[in-house]
Ligand binder design. Structure first.
Ligand SMILES: Cc1cc2nc3c(=O)[nH]c(=O)nc-3n(C[C@H](O)[C@H](O)[C@H](O)COP(=O)(O)OP(=O)(O)OC[C@H]3O[C@@H](n4cnc5c(N)ncnc54)[C@H](O)[C@@H]3O)c2cc1C
Ligand code: FES
Ligand code: FES
Length: 1284
């Protein structure tokens, strides 16, 4: 057959109603790349791997069979442009805009405070929009399902869900007829578009789109190594992240025989399940159960089953079920012949290989019905329950002899236990002929252990957990089958409490309440202080009109620089060969240390910017490749050849390594009060213990980004996503060797910082500036997610050895603590971070005798840096773990012990500061009451006594948080307020808008001070040429510092207007005009420095903090003891915001911070291999909380009637302290585990380190299954990832 003739070489599709005709599209273009190069920058690049949803757009196509338009959300980053022929794309810009009209979906997320930094917002909007186009009146479950594939690091999801709740059944009536119509031309010419055989070639890659099966098999014959593309969710990742090169891609999405059921597989199976007797469709039910946990909505919308099978990933979700079912595949090849292949144990031949030949196409799958005596189950365990690839999964099927419980056939297939999906053949054989009763379990466990061995250093790690899962899953299967058999009277039913192993509770949709004080009726209507004003940029976020660094339209000739970084943890740099990169078309040149005209040593972090002869971590910068486009720069960066010599360079990664090698940055620092030795002599009890808290990554959605534009006199303008423009200004000036006044840094907004852009923003800033200097062109440097996670550091892990002394009642009087902090390969801001831990280690508790010895560990991991609650959450973790140790030891009431140790008004802390206006007790009591703690504790105990395999825990923790930068000089703020002749006001201040609503609050301050309306005031950006020497936007104090400065500047202007104001009948605009005509200055600066910090002679105290914030948090959790999965059932937070300046912004900060803390303690695990390589580089393997992780009930109350006289408008800071309340979840989990351990007769205190990921929870729930796989203690084994 000739497939060479009549191929169409032009691609036609629509974007937002406009026709796009591309003459020779490049097969490697993703839709996201394409849209953004056409200046449709609303869709954001966050991960480029389908894992975050920030690039979500909607695709619409005409379905001639049903004469209907189908709409579905997709990740634009994984959608090849070439696959869009005859389709319509709708982006966030296409549904509404501030220039025309807002779409209700955009309006709703903005109005409900569902956007903070706004980087995730366009994606959220488009997921919700796609849902409404399909279901104009969705249920909350639908909304959650559609948003499952969208991540947000700021909001904690609650306001997004709440906002969109309005569209659910009883809310906003959404009218789809108001939407833009599907392009009529696509409908009219549908047949033409569908029947065109496409061929696009660019460079070395060709894209074919055959339109029938015979064309396809012919192509497959001609190009046996070609890849078929359906969802591109495997191929796309392989090409992008695994550098696989495929020269021929064949789009099969329009071949009717292959996509017959693709769009409706779930629907089809569910229909069958509903319409056919249950006993026949157990196989379908098992598949449906697996699909429930399969990826997020956007992936589900595009990925096909064939892709899952043929890729043959050992973590495929469908392969274990299909293999256990013995599904048959029909394969077609060019000879017009087809053959059937059964997915039996011979099907998978090696890693990602099957018996399917290169020339064969998977045509159809035959899934057998089940019979009356046949049962099937499927189980999947992932780190995050939803939208995550499996750790272990399984499909299990058993067939019994007629009317008996004797096993006739058994099929057990597992994923995640070998390089392929495997069958536990030994176990299957051994169990056939046996009765399905209790004796089976130990035999099965022993056989499974033999069938599914894992070496201690196997890829994936968590060896013991994975092995335990194999038997735990079997136990679940056993119980689910025995339940059926007992109903039929074929065996005895197990005790009811055992059945908790197989219950799948429906936790319902998330709900929550927010309580705050409304402003008094006497307050002027225009005075916005205390009102829930919407974020200044919320509408721009929702429409995609908000501009971030990489959204800026490039200047003529703008270049891109991409970093070259070390792939060795510690090595001598032998040579760096840029030649192969320079040969790539579009590459302009490179930079390395020789191109640094100024200082190659950064100020903070105190490190070499570009390595000269040594690299000290994976991620160490070596240089950069400069090219005409970002994709060429990235590609070229991979071509640079770096030669290392690793001999004689020890690799120290973990704290334990550092202790062993005595690798410390400085001598230990001792902080003490009282007398430890003396104190211990008065203690009834003394305990010793250890705790470790793991690291965390910022996972801001906008990666590190900067643009540098050279200007006159060797100066440079920088546009940077930084938390501190001053850092960029000073760092870049020093690096390019000019005075600071020749460098400006501008920051309009940042797509999330969380501390990661406080100093480490310098990497991209300096690279861009150096390249701009060398090539005298504007240069942009924007990191890809997978490199951002390597080049930048994160939260410090800390290991602690402690001695605690206390009385029999539980009064703690001695704490002796050795604190080891993993700083990494540079000190960065580790010293202030560890000071935070030291100063706040007391938490809410008075301890008379304290000694803290802190060690700064020098390791070969990327230098750790500031991160939201830096050092503070570690302090809370350490102290609360110690308190819990005391409680467990005394077997006492956690409430009583905590209360007994609370600070009282006027007491001094261990660093000699007086606690004033102490609201610990007030917050605590309110939290006990609002959470209904005591009643719920009883119910938890009741639940635990009735359920063997599900356990609950409830815990409440107090918060006492001193506010201020530890470094006194940073506690200053500055502002410039300019009043224009029309009365409008422009503010500039030293703080950066990171999503935290700082600009919104500053506008509120100006309005309230000047007495003008909110829309009269604007903040454009933060810039070093308007407000110099700005303090980093960090440590939660930016509103305090800059707010005061804005107020002072406004008051100065007001004072000058005083004489004019007295004229009757005039108002603001008249005063301003009059002042102008009388030559009165209409702009002024404000400067504020927090008073009374440092040593205070009158009290003999040292005030490290300006004031304290208080709070309390109560959380209840449920765990599945057999898998380690948990669900936070409810959280109640009480937080003391003083008099909130903006309750909506403040509650948003509380919820967002809490969920970030939850991520640290319960979910996120940053993995580094034993050679120092970073394993977790993106959302695919680094799991931040998604919306299903948030508490089922999430209540937040702002403490009423608690004005803070010392800060701006009586408010208190909020960005970080509530993060610490997430400790309540961790301790609740520990309690639940303790209840599980008690069932196995294991009593009392146990060490349990964060994160409480499923593997850690599972292995701590000691039982017969975990005991079978004791943790490997062999020090010679190099684990797959190390405990940093
Ligand atoms: C964010 C994300 C989340 C994911 N989550 C999960 C998950 O939870 N569980 C899971 O199992 N997987 C998951 N995956 C992996 C992936 O989505 C699935 O494997 C999916 O089924 C692949 O289908 P596709 O259409 O995208 O395949 P493509 O990438 O289009 O193709 C994959 C391979 O299949 C071959 N192929 C496709 N169709 C045929 C055919 N008819 N005949 C012969 N060969 C064919 C292609 O040649 C290619 O080699 C995830 C992927 C991403 C990016
Ligand atoms: S950028 Fe596309 S899913 Fe993350
Ligand atoms: S608002 Fe969602 S990531 Fe910032």
């Amino acid at each position: 057959m000739d497939i060479g003739s009549s191929k169409e070489k032009t691609l036609t599709f629509y974007v937002n109603g406009l026709k796009v005709v591309e003459k020779s599209p490049d097969p490697k273009w993703s839709l996201l790349f394409y849209l953004r190069t056409k200046y449709l920058t609303g869709s954001k690049v966050v991960c480029n791997e389908g894992g975050c949803g920030a690039c979500t757009v909607m695709i619409s196509k005409y379905d001639p069979k049903q004469d209907t338009i189908l709409h579905y959300s997709v990740n634009a980053c994984l959608t090849p442009v070439c696959s869009l022929h005859g389709l319509a794309v709708t982006t966030v810009e296409g549904i509404g805009s501030l220039k025309t009209r807002l779409h209700p979906v955009q309006e709703q997320i903005a109005k409900s405070h569902g956007s903070q930094c706004g980087f995730c917002t366009p994606g959220m909007v488009m997921s919700m929009y796609s849902l409404l186009r399909n279901y104009p009146q969705p249920s909350m479950k639908d909304i959650e399902k559609y948003l499952e594939g969208n991540l947000c690091r700021c909001t904690g999801y609650r306001p997004i869900l709440d906002g969109y709740r309005a569209f659910s059944k009883k809310g906003i009536q959404y009218d789809p007829t108001q939407e833009p119509i599907f392009p009529p031309e696509l409908k009219i010419n549908n047949e033409k578009y569908r029947n065109e055989f496409l061929e696009f070639t660019s460079g070395k890659q060709t894209w074919f789109r055959p339109v029938n099966l015979s064309q396809l098999v012919e192509l497959k014959h001609q190009y046996p190594h070609s890849k078929l593309v359906v969802g591109n969710t495997e191929i796309g990742i392989e090409m992008r992240l695994k550098a696989m090169k495929y020269t021929v891609l064949i789009d099969v999405s329009d071949i009717p025989e292959l996509v017959e059921v693709k769009d409706k597989i779930l629907e089809l199976l569910l229909n069958k399940i509903d319409s056919i007797p249950e006993e026949k469709t157990r196989s379908f039910t098992a598949i449906v159960e697996m699909l429930k946990w399969f990826a997020g909505k956007q992936i589900k919308n595009t990925a096909c089953i064939g892709g899952n099978i043929v890729t043959a990933s050992p973590l495929s979700d469908l392969n274990p079920v299909l293999q256990s079912l013995g599904a048959t595949l029909q394969l077609t090849s060019s000879a017009n012949s087809s053959r059937n292949v059964v997915m039996d144990r011979a099907f998978f031949t090696s890693y990602r290989k099957t018996v399917i030949k290169d020339t064969e196409v998977l045509h159809s799958i035959f899934i057998p019905y089940t019979s009356k005596n046949e049962y099937v189950s499927s189980y999947k365990q992932a780190t995050r329950k939803d939208d995550d690839t499996a750790i272990v999964n399984t499909g299990m099927r058993v067939v019994f002899n007629e009317n008996s419980n004797i096993i006739k056939e058994l099929y057990l297939s597992y994923g995640g236990m070998a390089p392929t999906t495997v069958m536990a053949t030994g176990t299957m054989k051994k169990l056939v002929g046996r009765k399905w009763e209790n004796d089976l379990i130990p035999v099965a466990c022993e056989a499974l252990a033999e069938d599914l061995p894992l070496q201690p250093d196997s890829p994936g790690g968590t060896i013991e957990y994975r092995r335990t899962l194999t038997t735990s899953f079997f136990f679940k299967f056993y119980l689910s089958v025995i339940q059926q058999l007992s109903i039929m009277g074929l065996t005895k039913s197990p005790p009811q409490s055992e059945m908790s192993a197989i219950e799948t509770p429906d936790y319902g949709s998330t709900e929550g309440n927010q309580f705050y004080e409304k402003v008094s009726e006497a307050q002027a209507i225009d005075n916005p202080i205390g009102r829930p004003i919407v974020h200044q940029s919320a509408y721009q976020h929702a429409t995609g009109e908000a501009i971030y660094v990489d959204d800026m339209i490039p200047l003529k000739g703008e270049l891109h620089v991409y970093p070259i970084y070390s792939s060795k943890a510690h090595a001598t740099l032998v040579s760096v060969d840029f030649k192969p990169a320079l040969e790539l078309e579009g590459v302009v040149g490179y930079i390395d240390y020789k191109d640094v005209p100024g200082s190659n040593i950064l100020d903070v972090p105190q490190e070499q910017l570009l390595a000269i002869d040594e690299v000290t971590c994976v991620g160490c910068l070596i240089g950069g490749v400069v090219a005409v486009s970002s994709d060429i720069a990235v590609e070229a960066s991979h071509l640079v050849k770096v030669e290392y010599k690793t001999q004689d360079k020890p690799v120290i990664l973990t704290i334990q390594d550092a202790i062993e090698h005595k690798s410390f940055w400085k001598d230990p620092k001792i902080t003490a009060c009282g007398d430890i030795d003396q104190g211990l002599t008065h203690c009834d009890h003394v305990l010793k213990g250890e705790v470790h808290i793991g690291p965390q990554r910022h996972f801001y959605l906008e990666t590190q980004s900067a643009r540098a534009i050279p200007k006159e006199r060797h100066g440079m303008d920088l546009y940077s996503a930084t938390q501190c423009p001053d850092t960029i200004q000073t760092g870049v000036a020093s690096c390019i060797g000019v005075a600071s006044h020749l460098v400006n840094c501008f920051t309009k907004r940042v797509g999330g910082g969380f501390g990661g852009k406080e100093v480490q923003c310098l990497y991209t800033g300096c690279l861009a500036a150096l390249a701009a200097k060398k090539y005298d062109k504007p240069v942009r440097c924007v990191l890809e997610r997978q490199d951002d996670m390597v080049i930048t550091g994160g939260r410090h892990s800390i290991y602690v050895k402690y001695t605690v002394g206390f009385s029999t009642e539980g009064r703690i009087s001695v704490l002796d603590i050795n604190l080891y902090v993993n700083c990494g390969d540079d000190l960065d801001v580790s010293e202030p971070v560890i000071d935070n831990t030291i100063y706040r280690l007391d938490c809410a508790y008075k301890v008379a005798n304290v000694k803290i010895t802190s060690y700064l560990c020098k390791t070969n991991v990327r230098s750790n840096t500031a991160m939201r609650g830096a050092g503070n959450i570690q302090a809370m973790y350490i102290m609360e773990n110690i308190i819990q140790h005391v409680i467990d030891h005394l077997r006492s009431d956690p409430i009583k012990i905590r209360e007994m140790n609370f600070y009282k008004e006027g007491e001094r802390t261990h660093v000699n500061q007086i606690i004033e206006n102490c609201f610990i007790e007030r917050c605590w009591q309110e939290c006990l009451k609002t959470s209904d703690y005591y009643n719920r504790k009883k119910k938890v105990d009741q639940f635990n006594s009735e359920n063997r395999w599900r356990k609950r825990g409830i815990s409440i923790v107090p918060l006492c948080y001193g506010n201020s930068f530890g470094l006194k000089m940073l506690n200053q703020g500055a502002a410039l307020v300019s009043v224009y002749k029309d009365g409008s006001v422009l503010i500039a201040h030293g703080g950066v808008e990171l999503g935290q609503g700082l600009h919104t609050k500053m506008i509120q301050v100006a309005c309230a001070t000047l007495g003008i309306q909110y829309d009269m005031v604007h903040i454009d950006q933060t810039a070093t040429n308007t407000v110099p020497n700005g303090t980093p936007t960090a440590a939660s104090v930016s509103s305090d510092l800059n707010g005061m400065a804005v107020k002072i500047a406004c008051e100065k202007i007001l004072k000058r207007l005083e004489p004019i104001k007295s004229e009757k009948g005039t108002e603001w605009k008249d005063w301003v005009m009059k002042a102008y005509s009388e030559r009165i200055a209409l702009s002024d600066t404000g400067f504020y420095s927090q008073p009374n910090l440092g040593y205070i002679a009158e009290t003999g105290c040292t005030n490290t903090f300006y004031y304290y914030s208080f709070g309390a948090g109560c959380s209840e959790i449920e765990i599945d003891c057999l898998t380690g999965v948990h669900k936070v059932l409810r959280t109640d937070l009480v937080y003391d915001c003083g008099t909130s300046m903006n309750p909506a912004v403040d509650i948003g900060q509380i919820e967002g911070a809490f969920i970030t803390g939850y991520g640290l303690l319960m979910l996120e695990r940053y993995k580094v291999s034993s050679t120092g390589n970073v394993i977790t580089r993106g959302p695919g393997n680094y799991k931040i909380p998604s919306l299903t992780n948030i508490p089922g009930v999430f209540n937040v109350s702002l403490l009423k009637n608690s004005p803070n006289k010392t800060a701006i408008f009586s408010s208190k800071c909020v960005g970080e302290p509530p993060l610490l309340l997430s400790m309540s979840v961790f301790l609740a989990a520990k309690q639940a585990i303790m209840a599980a351990r008690q069932e196995s007769g294991v009593e009392g205190y146990f060490r349990f380190d964060s994160p409480a990921t499923p593997d850690n929870i599972r292995m701590a729930c000691v039982d017969q299954f975990t005991k079978q796989f004791p943790i490997c203690e062999d020090n010679n084994v190099k684990p797959w990832f190390v405990k940093l």
